[in-house]
Design a protein around this ligand. Sequence first.
Ligand code: AFP
Length: 325
Amino acid sequence: MPETEHRISLEEYATSKWLGNGQTDGLADVILAIADGSIRVQQQVRQATLVDALGTTGDTNVGGDIVQRLDKASSDIFVETLSQSRHVAAIGCEEIEMPVIVDSNVDNGYIVLMDPLDGSSNIDVAVSIGSIFGIWQKKPNETVNDHSLLKPGNEQVAAVYVVYGSSTVLVLATENNVCGFTLDSTSGAYAMTHPNIKIPADCPYYSTNEGNNKVLDGPTQKGIALLRNKYSQRYVGSLVADFHRNLLKGGVFAYPADQILKDGRLRLMYEANPLGFVVEQAGGAASTGYERILDIIPEQLHQRTPLILGNKDVVEDTVSVIRGG
Ligand code: AFP
């Protein structure tokens, strides 16, 4: 049997890239804390039906969404692993109304914004779900407070998402570099399987909830019609799963604002900014339809935004139609 080539592990990759070079020492710790948390979350997701961990907590989060028990469990797990990472100053989370200040004066600290379990409406039907993280660096001499979490997406130093699907895949983006690691169920560790991800030039797919078309304004309906007329539709209803397919195979995801969701449905700080950062490092683009997602100056931790992201040329074409071009 041929000797399988050694696949670099996420730990080897992160420590070789960031440990011991002063400025970004702590980044390795933060990314490995996310990885550890995701391994525990994927175990809970895969066991949920067997141990009766499905269903709701009966609470609603700050966005008015019904909180699933696994949403809460995932939030608790990531807050725990990130707080233990020695380099996290603060955490912002979809399931927690206020920022979690961990250590406001930590040296070499990072601020993490997260959607601990995205696509929770798909949890109990075994459809792919995921977790999304945006990572900003705390400025030297900065004492972190609630306002420190409202930094624009273009100041992110890294972004991570994890897909809990047919396999568990963690995708890590830093400046001009996006790579994917698959959880090896034998070793229990992430191994690199997708080095240097670039969104393909070809764009076979578009992903949008066509059920909302009736409540879109005219220009936006024209933008979606452009996608519908040129590409095949694929829509899972979990942003992280739709985004992952489109990143690897080419495609554009669109969740515009409409007459009901006037600011769109998705959250700027822990959905649009992290995935906008990933897609831009992979050669794509992310827009509201009117401006670059990463240039938005945030006002609230849980603010929503319209989102169109994927292949750069197709996003630009769609945006120009929406703007009446
Ligand atoms: P939940 O995490 O609350 O299920 O929301 C999922 C989501 O934010 C995103 O993952 C999907 O792309 C989008 O909402 C699905 O929204 P629709 O159900 O309106 O299509």
